[in-house]
Design a protein around this ligand. Structure first.
Ligand code: 5GP
Ligand code: ZN
Length: 117
């Protein structure tokens, strides 16, 4: 069933509390935690508690939660006092996606190049 926890999913395990993470925010529908391999002073992952493979599948299945992710990205930026930040959803292995549970990277706290590499 779309949205159901997956036994083999690292981020479902973080949601369940079975894998530790540095959680910075939690709502009824989302969890935000620091990336284990940060690429900037702020590098937080915002994820839905439900399991979908990528942002588009989440938006199709549970659009209100997709909106929650974007609101939480702003809340993370506010907490870290970021005026500028980037929100990235890597989608597909060619774009660098390695974890198949929707996650927004919230990146900031340093200058960011555009376009990215
Ligand atoms: P992706 O490459 O799929 O867009 O992003 C996955 C992100 O998850 C990577 O930035 C990676 O550093 C992060 N990550 C992988 N394993 C863990 C973990 O166990 N804990 C945390 N906090 N982040 C992780
Ligand atoms: Zn999952």
């Amino acid at each position: 069933m779309p949205g159901e926890p997956q036994d083999d999913c690292l981020f479902c395990k973080i949601v369940a509390g079975h894998v530790p993470a540095t959680i910075v925010r939690e709502t009824d529908t989302t969890v935000a935690f620091r990336d284990i391999n940060p690429q900037a002073p702020t590098h937080v992952l915002v994820i839905p508690k439900v399991h979908y493979r990528n942002a588009a599948e989440l938006a199709a299945g549970e659009p209100a939660i997709a909106a929650d992710i974007l609101r939480e990205a702003q809340a993370v930026a506010d907490e870290d006092k970021l005026e500028s930040y980037r929100v990235v959803f890597n989608t597909g292995s060619g774009a660098g996606q390695t974890v198949w549970h929707t996650h927004a990277h919230v990146i900031g706290g340093r200058g960011l190049q555009w376009p990215p590499g």
